[in-house]
Structure formats: structure tokens, C-alpha cells
Design a protein around this ligand. Sequence first.
Ligand SMILES: [Zn+2]
Length: 362
Amino acid sequence: MAERTLYEILEVPKTATPDDIKSSFRRLAQKYHPDRNPNDRQAEEKFKEVNAAYEVLHDPKKRAMYDELGPDAIKIGFDEAQAESYRQWKKASSGRGARTSGFSSEFNFDFGAGQGSDFRSIFETLFGGFGGGRKSKDGQSPRGSRRQLVIDGEDQELQISIPFHLAVRGGNHTVRFTRSERCGLCGGSGSAPSGRGTCRACGGSGSKPETTQSLEVRIPAGAAEGTKIRLAGQGMPGMNGGKPGDLYLLLHVEPHPRVRREGKDLYLDLPVTPLEAFRGGEVRCPTFDGNFTLTIPQHSQSGRKLRLKGLGVPDLKGGARGDFYVVLQVVLPERDAPELLEACETLSRAIGTADVRSSVVL
Ligand SMILES: [Zn+2]
């Protein structure tokens, strides 16, 4: 359900003047007033909503904070210190290092009894309450003190390059990256979890010095370009004890100088001598599963494909492995010698220069 904005509730544009707001409020309050709508629950709800919206929008300070933070302003009870923490935390979230992606906008709140409880009940009616109380990490209950905003950290995305063979075979990989890390205790707000004073872990700066981190990551066999790996809890820390976000690794697979990959199939160009191609025989062929003995059929041409079934790329979802194709490449000597020329003349006579390109018609 998309939450209506307070402006929508009061049926005014965001640019409305204080007078616009006041007159629209009067009109709607009269329309939905319980005296005019006896025993009409819907009208009663509307009346409460309109009152709650006006409560914010007619107050310049609250309106400004609402314009800046949206419904979060309501959730923190328009507390300026909390708003400042929130701003600091947001700022720290856009720090250098790993690129941030989608935000987790899951909020957990702790509300103390006491100040603003009338206000709170209005908004509970309006927004359906503020969810279960969550204790801060040090066990300190904010009961009777300031309300505390606990926000989970954002997810982050980091692009990493892995060698070709690792994507095929899978295995452990060490990822190194630098990031400006937020203080884990306050999550970058710089204020103590109680909301009073500065954070004892970072002394109020909200951050730790930029560090190079390394993570041991398990790359699954069959990983491909663009495969995403989720590392739970390795994203940005939350605020005031909120859960850390996740780190997503976006894989880039480095090209291999000899092997091409097409889906789950692999292609290796394997050099063979003219004699091996002509007479056929057994040659040694490397694969990602070790060396295999490959039988070359008699009279093979350059470009002939030989299939090693099931030695291709494993299926990430547990399906069948791809195949490994060996593409024969007949090589000729690259140096000059009279006997080489003679040998080639013999070969050419056998093929016939008139016939060699006769089938090539475009
Ligand atoms: Zn701190």
C-alpha cells in the first residue's frame, strides 16, 4: 500500500502557502467532523488523518523536516538531534569505496514513553503503529529517555574480476577492496546509542579510517560474467545497532588466451602437425579437469571440432555440465628450408591447386 503524503491528505500541493493549508484543513475538518457524520467510522478516520497532517504542515519547523526526511521525520518525532544523526548517517552512507546500491528502508523503532505521546497516538492511528520495540545493542533501554532510531545498513555492490579457470572450476578467492568504514556502534551518526552525547567508539566522528579489507569468497563452479554473490552482513553497518547490509559481488570473468566460452561449452584451439592431422593418432590435450588423451581421426582438417562430453562448464543450478570442444589447428613451419619447400610442393601436388578453392562459391 502506497502511503499517502500529508499534502495528499490535506489535498494541497507541496508548494501550498500556509493560508492554503489552513483553509483546506478547515474545509476537510468540517466535512469529516464527527458531529456531521455520526457513527461513520470512515469519516472519523479521515478526520483524524486530516488533523494529524495539519499538526505537521501548519508548523514551519515540522513541515521543513517532513519535506526533507519524508515519513521518517514523523517516525523520529521531529526530534532535531535524531534528524541530525540521520543526516550524518545518510552522508556516511554515500562514502567512497564499494559502490552502494539499493537501500534497505526497513526501519525498526524504539519509542520511549513520555514526551509527545499524544502526538504518537495520532500517528499510530495514521500509520498503523511503529512495530516492535528493538533493544539497542548495549542493552540500554531508551524507555523514558529519547526515542531512538535504529536503521539497518544498506546493501553494497562491488565489481570484482576473477580468472577464467576459477569461474569454471570454482574455488576460494581473496577479494581486496578499500572502503571508508562507518563506526559499527553508532553507524556513522557519531552520537551515542542512547541519543545523548557522543559515541564512545569513534568519539563522534562517525567513521573509522579508510581501510583495505580482504574477504575470502567462495566462487561457485560455473560462475559467469555478471553472476552476483551475496555476502550476508558484509555491507554497510546499521545505525544505532541496526543490522548491517549485505555485500553483493558482481563477477567479471577475465578472458582466457586460449579458451573461449559459449554458455556452458568451452572451445580450445589445439595446434597439431600436418602429419598428426593427416595420419591421425593420439595427442595429449589439457582441459580444466586435467590432461586427456585425444584421438585425432585420420585426414583431419584445420577447424575440425572434437568433443569431450561433459568437460565443459558446470551448471550453477545443478544441471548437466557443458562440453569441451577441441578445435584442431594444423600448423606449418615458420622458417625457411629447401626440404620444407619441397615437402609443401609434394603436399600441394597431391591436393591440386585448381581444386583447393573450387568449393568456395559466394
Ligand atoms: Zn561511533
